[in-house]
Design a protein around this ligand. Sequence first.
Ligand code: ZN
Length: 249
Amino acid sequence: MKARISILMVLIAAAVILGFIIFATTEPPTEAPIMGENQETDSGLKLTDQETAAVNADIEKGLLVLVNKELPVTKDYVPPDLTPIIHFAKDRTPEGRFMRSEAATAFDAMCEAAMASGYEIVSTTAYRSFDFQASLYSYYVNSEGQEWADANIAKPGTSEHQTGLAADCASASVAYELVAEFGDTAEGIWLRDHAHNYGFIIRYPMDMQDITGFTYEPWHIRYVGIATAVIIYNNNLTLEEFLEDKFRD
Ligand code: ZN
């Protein structure tokens, strides 16, 4: 009898520990706080009631999660509803072809609109798992050195690609490379001027490294929903400024 109770206790303890591990490692990224009525931000931005309601609806859907060098995601966080995107570069690993469902639909609609205007934009990588980012990071540490890798490649857990809400974009005009010149191409300019209409922002604008923690990346877009994307675009903000959670080095 005593032995049976001991076994039972061990099993209960194991279940509790396992439950804790599962809970702890699948913790989602940092959620944005719900905005109050007539809330004014640090930058003096004042949203209308309609804008506040639309932004809050997207916060509740988890679309405004903030991931940066100070707010990492846990190793095992996998976003829900990952869906393949259509407009994806031919020679890239299919593993990176996914985005969260709403973002994937918006991404393809955006690429089709670009195409209708004569610009071909595709993603070279969208979702990246923690392990994918880890191998990418160590590849660049080995090939380019630690300093270069730290300045240019997000450490595993700090890449917003792990949220399934980010995509890197490229075009034939830059040979599908992720380079700053993309921002000066017709495709890059179209993306900068139209992405917000589809719920995307240029996540790492020029000269905003002190706030975002990343240098200029005209190719990296982030889905935040149309309401927030339009506000960020019209007011020239970064996501950190909009969420009033500034990155500090
Ligand atoms: Zn990126």
